[in-house]
Design a binder for this molecule. Structure first.
Ligand code: PRP
Length: 183
């Protein structure tokens, strides 16, 4: 879906399709260099990371494996509490594997800090994070994010995997929502 199909729901386009793709290609090149000679397992966090996983993995000119986790954080309304429950676990045994988590966005950083600790307890060779977007609060968390696509302002964004009430994930660009949609 293009911006023009939901124009009245959106205020600004933060990142268009071309900017997103160009950045993912650059991140993929870094990842290729850093993991040269090592096996690599990409772990996507459902559902938001579907687009990042699809495009990042195809920008990597090497073999990778992919697996998925679904987690839910118990929060009040839009606030994360840091308490995370696994809804779908990995199918893969990650012991002695190099794991790279692919995420769409790190907001408070609570989901990712929990996830990294959880995966590290399984004895992997390494666990790193690649996120397309990072909000300011996440930079204050101790979680170390190795690859960041874009640092964005603290605004509610949709598109490219990010939803509002289940919608807008299939929007090609990343945009801010008009207040009348969530007001
Ligand atoms: C989003 C995003 C991250 C998490 C980040 O997922 O994909 O997993 O929130 O937030 P945090 O840094 O504050 O913990 P969400 O819970 O919206 O689920 P979804 O991916 O299924 O949309």
């Amino acid at each position: 879906m293009d911006v023009k199909h939901v124009e009245h729901d959106l205020t600004t386009t933060l990142l268009d399709e071309e900017q997103i793709q160009r950045r993912l290609v650059a991140l993929a090149a870094e990842i290729e260099r850093d993991y040269e000679g090592k096996d690599l397992l990409l772990v996507g966090v459902l559902k938001g990371a579907v687009m990042v996983m699809a495009d990042l993995s195809r920008a990597l000119n090497r073999h990778v494996e992919m697996d998925w986790m679904a987690v839910s954080s118990y929060g009040s309304g839009t606030t994360s509490s840091g308490v995370v429950r696994i809804l779908k676990d990995l199918d893969t045994d990650i012991s002695r594997r190099h794991v790279l988590i692919a995420e769409d966005i790190i907001d408070t950083g609570l989901t990712l800090s929990w996830l990294v600790a959880n995966l590290e307890s399984r004895g992997p060779a390494s666990v790193s994070i690649c996120t397309l977007l990072r909000k300011p609060d996440a930079q204050r968390m101790s979680v170390d994010v190795r690859y960041v696509g874009f640092d964005i302002p603290n605004e509610f964004v949709v598109g490219y995997g990010l939803d509002y009430n289940g919608r807008y994930r299939n929007l090609r660009s990343i945009c801010t929502l008009a207040p009348h949609v969530y007001g």
